[in-house]
Design a binder for this molecule. Structure first.
Ligand code: BES
Ligand code: MN
Ligand code: ZN
Length: 515
């Protein structure tokens, strides 16, 4: 897709589809709320006026109204997209609105769209403060790019429905404002396309995207964006003593892949600058192993590598945002299969850290590959750890699908992550992993066991297990099981892979590298 930012009047812009946003706002105190367009040109207002006063369009979030041959405009069609109540207006709404516009265009096979940057005339000072130009522009571009993703990769009748051009139209003005819009636009392109890259990996079926293939794709991405990348397999895992990771991998005919990506800033960072370690769970298919999963819904376990894909996508964005810090990413990829050589309940595995693990359930495999991945990231020099994983069904039971689980062993690190989240509009909710829960992973025969003694607090037990391998290093664990794949049709992410966590991870690295 070609993306462009133009400081140009929307009314005179030639395009098959021009999108403008509208909010639900009370114009005067006691009047009925009327939808109000977020634009400054009168021509646009005139073209749409009678439809806005007629009551057929309420400017609810994601609501669309299409006008053909709008009078006074050069556009063939005018699409008005609601952003909801002005009181709750934030970049999040703009992200959803831009996504709704793109999804609308795709259903009509319109492949070139223009979106008018939401202008301030109708907004109160309070609303403006919540909508800094750079974040609003960023959100707009992200929403459009993320919504552009199509899941029908292997359909014989597939037609390319992806957008050809996205033009963002803003009115020229004060130079600081223009600079902010340009910055936001660039960030939006980087983040939106990197989320798209993650979505395309997560969408792949297990037979196409094996651990080896994931390694190839990561390597190709790294070559394109100037990152160092090494992909190792069984021999290296043995050499490093990654017994937990190897245990999971041994039941499959597909060899595992240990993917190590590195970003180095141009100028060597000062010694006190943290070195980030991004660790991802890359189970390309999770059958459960010998503790096999029920058949119903098992096909979904192709997305059990979404944590790995998030880290690879984050590295793709980091390579372009170029923060002033070192970033290392370790992705542990394997297939969890019940083969003749598979690991079994009761087995004891020796992890790279030296800790021994009693296997109770071979379906709790994610924490095993991450245990070795986290330890290895530390050994490579990481001083700030983060991991992402579709780790537990229990986390979905606890939080549903609107929040992912967030766990941390360090309040300051956690708060920094939550601040980054405020800016990206993703949803993570902190759950505890204090030592009160430690007894649940005690084993008689080994140092720890890989599942809790009962089923309560399953997301926490998994986090407690990981915590054993991070030691004193500040660490954030994201359990994205409930958000990596969207089941309902939300306005800007279609049914399918969401690319969750990429944007907040990149934002967090950037923020900490600036501090
Ligand atoms: N990959 C699953 C978790 C999962 C569940 C991801 C639903 C996405 C959607 C993980 O490997 C798993 O099987 N976890 C078990 C742990 C249990 C055996 C302690 C679970 O959640 O049931
Ligand atoms: Mn599993
Ligand atoms: Zn799994």
């Amino acid at each position: 897709m070609e993306t462009r930012l133009l400081f140009q009047d929307a009314a005179s812009f030639v395009t098959p589809l021009l999108t403008v946003f509208a909010v639900d706002v009370a114009i005067e105190k006691d009047s009925t709320p009327l939808p109000t367009l977020l634009i400054t040109t009168d021509a646009l207002g005139n073209a749409a006026r009678r439809f806005l006063t007629g009551g057929e369009f309420k400017a609810a979030l994601g609501e669309t109204l299409l006008l053909h041959s709008p009078s006074g405009l050069k556009a063939e069609r005018l699409l008005i997209v609601g952003l909801g109540k002005v009181k709750t207006l934030a970049p999040k709404q703009v992200r959803m609105g831009a996504g709704a516009a793109v999804r609308f265009a795709k259903t009509k096979a319109i492949r070139q769209i223009a979106i008018a940057f939401p202008e301030d005339r109708a907004l109160s000072d309070e609303a403006l403060e919540a909508m800094p130009c750079s974040l609003t522009t960023r959100a707009l571009v992200e929403g459009a790019l993320i919504a552009d993703f199509d899941t029908d990769t292997y359909r014989s009748d597939r037609k390319d429905k992806s957008l050809e051009t996205l033009s963002v139209l803003a009115t020229a003005g004060e130079s600081q404002r223009e600079t902010d819009i340009r910055t936001g636009f660039q960030e939006g392109v980087i983040l939106g396309s990197s989320v798209g890259f993650t979505q395309s990996l997560v969408n792949e079926p297990g037979n196409m995207l094996t651990p080896t293939e994931l390694g190839r794709r990561a390597k190709a991405m790294c070559d394109e964006f100037g990152l160092q990348c090494e992909v190792h397999s069984t021999d290296k895992l043995k050499e490093l003593g990654m017994g937990a990771f190897l245990g999971v991998a041994q039941g499959s005919a597909q060899p595992p892949a240990l993917i190590v990506m590195r970003y180095e800033p141009k100028t060597p960072p000062p010694a006190e600058m943290p070195v980030f370690g991004l660790v991802g769970k890359g189970i390309t298919f999770d059958t459960g192993g010998i503790s096999i999963k029920p058949a119903d819904g098992m096909e979904k376990m192709k997305y059990d590598m979404a944590g790995a894909a998030a880290m690879i996508g984050a590295m793709r964005a980091i390579a372009q945002r170029k923060p002033a810090c070192r970033v290392i990413s370790v992705v542990c990829s394997a297939e969890n299969m019940p083969g003749g050589n598979a690991y079994k309940p009761g087995d004891v595995l020796k992890s790279m850290s030296g800790k021994t693990i009693e296997i109770i359930n071979t379906d709790a495999e994610g924490r095993l590959v991450l245990a070795d991945g986290l330890h290895y990231a530390k050994q490579l020099g990481a001083t700030q750890l983060i991991n992402a994983a579709t780790l537990t069904g229990a986390c979905v039971v606890a939080l549903g699908t609107s929040n992912s689980g967030l766990f941390s062993n360090d309040d300051a690190t956690c708060e920094a992550f939550l601040r980054a989240m405020e800016r990206t509009g993703e949803n993570f909710w902190r759950l505890p992993c204090t030592d009160d829960y430690k007894e649940f992973i005690q084993s008689q025969i080994a140092d720890i066991r890989n599942t809790g003694v009962n089923r309560w607090g399953g997301a926490i037990t998994a986090a407690m297990f990981l915590k054993e391998f991070v030691g004193d290093t500040p660490w954030v664990h994201l359990d994205i099981a409930g958000q990596a794949w969207v089941e309902d049709n939300r306005s800007y992410i279609g049914k399918g892979p969401s690319g969750v966590a990429v944007r907040t991870i990149v934002e967090w690295v950037n923020e900490l590298a600036r501090a």
